[in-house]
Design a protein around this ligand. Structure first.
Ligand SMILES: Cc1cc2nc3c(=O)[nH]c(=O)nc-3n(C[C@H](O)[C@H](O)[C@H](O)COP(=O)(O)OP(=O)(O)OC[C@H]3O[C@@H](n4cnc5c(N)ncnc54)[C@H](O)[C@@H]3O)c2cc1C
Length: 318
């Protein structure tokens, strides 16, 4: 649609001609034109994603509009809802303070900003796809995995690694357990000792493999712990204690615990803790309901209920 045109400039006859031209058949029978709406290939980004009283939030095209060349629009809208909905659940149920909702804009707006600048770079002055874009398509295609799954969040509910490692960029991203990024997908087989015996004796098939993404509980934080430290302290135990004793208000919504130890009755096949999650024995990973990693323990973090309790307070704004 031209800049000075409106939907009124597109009566049925003109729409039929446009459909025929697009399809390439002059005689195509077009029975019905359902509607004509104005649309321009443009960039618009809301200054704020919500009202100060935290009663109204913008998501999807209401918050951001991009030229369609990257295919980012619907993806970004769905990711907005994915980011916002668990925060609403936590606040409405009283599990978290209302300030949690402010992290929606902090986390999502920079992603929309990046999608906008990438797709706007492919727009020409008429709002069509730049003709010389073909030459940049290979580098553009590399951006798509980053924009769909590879980006990271930086906010007050992401407790970064002590080494200060920065968030992924379009040129350098790798899902490997870094706080602020998505939990990596790995296929795993999780079988108990009984099943191993059956397998060894009868050669029975292992149970269906599942993804590490299936560990994530969409309603609450998931704590993934891997054994205990040399002194026998385990993150699994201190978090359980912190939830029960130190701060009962958090216990309204228990954490989903995934705990593996050397003595565990389960056997995990296909996972390299160090390579896939950056976890040494005795370490832990706290994953949000949307699958983004909130915290990864480091050797400097004391394995104490006080530390676990303060971490939960930060994450819940309590
Ligand atoms: C040509 C083109 C190609 C695209 N290609 C891609 C792609 O490949 N990948 C991708 O991810 N995205 C793509 N997009 C973008 C994608 O279509 C949009 O980003 C997405 O549809 C936005 O979804 P939404 O739900 O936020 O808004 P909308 O889809 O606009 O939905 C809003 C709904 O609200 C309704 N509504 C409005 N006002 C009211 C009211 N007062 N009361 C009740 N209902 C109301 C509207 O009728 C509409 O149904 C493309 C867009 C275009 C134009």
């Amino acid at each position: 649609m031209g800049r000075n045109e409106t939907a009124k400039d597109y009566p049925k006859e003109r729409c039929v001609e446009l459909v025929r031209a697009a399809v390439g058949i002059d005689t195509l029978v077009v029975d019905e034109i359902k509607g004509a709406m104005p649309w321009w290939s443009t960039v618009r980004l809301a200054t704020r994603y919500g009202t100060p009283d935290r009663h109204v939030f913008l998501a999807g095209d209401a918050a951001h509009v991009f030229p369609p060349w990257g295919g980012f629009g619907a993806n970004a809208g769905i990711a907005d809802a994915h980011n916002l909905v668990w925060k609403l659940v936590h606040v409405i149920n009283g599990w978290s303070g209302e300030e949690l909702l402010d992290t929606y804009e902090t986390e999502r707006r920079p992603i929309a900003q990046r999608a906008a600048s990438i797709s706007a770079a492919m727009n020409d002055e008429r709002g069509l796809m730049r003709l010389n874009t073909i030459s940049i398509i290979p580098s553009f295609l590399q951006l798509i995995p980053y924009m769909t799954v590879g980006y990271g969040y930086n906010s007050s509910i992401i407790i970064g690694d002590d080494d200060g490692s920065s968030l992924p960029t379009p040129k350098s991203y790798d899902l490997c357990g870094r706080p602020g990024t998505r939990i990596p997908h790995k296929w795993i087989d999780e079988i108990d000792e009984e099943k191993v015996k059956e397998y060894e004796e009868d050669g029975e098939e292992l149970i269906e493999p599942k993804s590490t993404l299936d560990w994530v509980d969409p309603c609450t934080y998931t704590l993934i712990t891997f054994g205990e430290d040399k002194k026998g302290n385990s993150w699994d135990q201190v978090f359980k204690k912190a939830l029960k004793e130190e701060n009962p208000s958090h216990f309204k919504r228990p954490i989903n615990h995934i705990n593996y130890t050397k003595e565990t009755q389960y056997l995990l096949i296909g996972l390299d803790w160090k390579k896939d999650f950056g976890l040494d024995y005795g370490n832990a990973l706290l994953v949000r309901p949307d699958g983004f990693i909130a915290w990864r323990s480091s050797s400097k973090d004391p394995i104490t209920t006080e530390f676990a309790s303060s971490l939960l307070s930060i994450l819940h704004y309590k």
